[in-house]
Design a protein around this ligand. Structure first.
Ligand code: PLP
Length: 389
């Protein structure tokens, strides 16, 4: 890659990201191409964002068509893509209304606001606590950071937003006790903890938590920012667990590569927000919504079956392989605990033309939902060889 870009980046960009020495110039589907013309099989999808890969032609057509009409109007006016996307999200989930924003953190902020307003109105202003899980990740704004159940994200930014409690995933008695003690407004969980190391929650626990929440009129809220939009082999991960949430937040893969966040509001909170209660300048942007509509329309039963089949292939390929300690995850959200440090595996794989991610001490795979079998197989072989070394 060009030394110029690295120098400029180091000089002018805030130092929050440790980058690999690769400059991606273009891509097609699950193949990324760097500025030296080297090709990589992409198993990261920009962290579960490019649901149908890079520069996908269907996605591109949806985006360029909308850009040719109007790119932004503000929320003072109606636009077609925004209304149609909200309709599709509701029809496909049974949720009632949608608030659009631009990121996962913002989608969670809206969920938290909805829970606080609902509980304050229904039960009183002391019912504001949101209970989340240890090892969770809910975003980087100060409030979603406070929701995140990992100490090391908190350290630099105290004081945090008050009103959050963190409990151990799987311990239903602790969840119930803390909810009652804190007069909880809501419970917020990821069905598969992504940044926490690709850890699926126990199905019995998710069901019991949802039941307890419903019995006590505490909002059961699911963070589907990473797990959503087909990633786990169902449209949303909660659909694997047989529960009905009151609120669903999503982002990442929804826009297929353009920034969009959505907070889906169920029956209890469908009318929680009225004029002026919440807002976003870019939220519901017609280009982002046209992109998301095209993504959502392609996540049908056939595609979801493909995701589950490819997931099985990855579980089979890596479970028990040399250098592999364990495999976790759901759908095309896979965590592999390797004997070698995960970071070393990812760096070595990159040199051999495969882009993968880490999550905690795991190698994390989040390939495009439509990754061709040959590419997935080829990439898996590279990873296997690197892990076994
Ligand atoms: C990535 C992520 C977020 C934050 O999303 P941003 O778009 O980076 O704000 C929130 N929750 C989960 C589960 C995530 O994986």
């Amino acid at each position: 890659m060009s030394g110029e870009i690295r120098k400029k980046d180091a000089q002018y960009i805030a130092g929050t990201y440790k980058r690999f020495p690769v400059e991606i110039a273009s891509g097609h589907g699950s193949v990324a191409v760097d500025t030296d013309g080297k090709e990589y099989i992409d198993l990261g999808s920009g962290i579960a964002v490019t649901s149908f890969g890079m520069a996908d032609p269907v996605w591109q057509a949806a985006v360029t068509e909308q850009i040719g009409k109007v790119q932004h109007t503000s929320n003072l006016y109606y636009t077609g893509p925004c209304a149609s996307l909200a309709e599709q999200l509701c029809l496909r989930t049974g949720m009632k209304k949608v608030f659009f924003s631009n990121s996962g953190a913002e989608a969670n902020e809206c969920a938290i606001k909805a829970a606080r307003k609902y509980a304050a109105e229904k039960k009183g202003p002391e019912h504001f606590t949101i209970v989340t899980l240890k090892n969770s990740f809910h975003g980087r704004t100060l409030t979603t950071l406070s929701a995140t159940g990992q100490e090391h994200y908190h350290e630099l930014y105290r004081p945090l937003t008050p009103g959050f409690a963190h409990v151990t995933a799987g311990d239903i008695d602790e969840l119930k006790r803390v909810c009652l003690d804190t007069k909880a407004a809501g419970i917020l969980v990821e069905c598969v903890q992504g940044e926490g190391g690709v850890v699926p929650l126990d199905p019995g626990y998710v069901k019991a938590a949802a039941e307890f929440a419903h019995e006590n009129d505490i909002l059961f809220m699911v963070d589907e920012v990473q797990t959503g939009n087909g990633r786990t082999g169902q449209l949303y991960a909660y659909m694997n667990f047989g529960v009905v949430p009151d609120v669903v937040s999503t982002a990442k893969g929804l826009g297929g590569g353009l920034p969009i966040g959505a907070t889906l509001l169920g029956e209890k909170v469908e009318n929680i927000f009225t004029y002026g209660d919440h807002g976003s300048t870019f939220g519901g942007n017609p280009v982002a919504c046209a992109a998301a509509l095209s993504v959502l329309n392609r996540i049908d039963d056939d595609l979801l079956a493909e995701v589950r089949r490819k997931s099985e292939f990855l579980f089979k390929t890596f479970t028990g392989a040399p250098g592999v300690e364990s495999v976790s995850g759901l759908g095309l959200m896979i965590g592999i605990k390797t004997v070698k440090p995960a970071g070393e595996v990812v760096t070595a794989a990159m040199e051999k033309g495969v882009l993968a991610l880490t999550a905690k001490d795991k190698v994390r795979l989040l390939p495009a939902l439509n990754i061709p079998d040959e590419l997935l197989k080829k990439a898996a072989e590279v990873l296997l060889s690197v892990m076994a070394e």
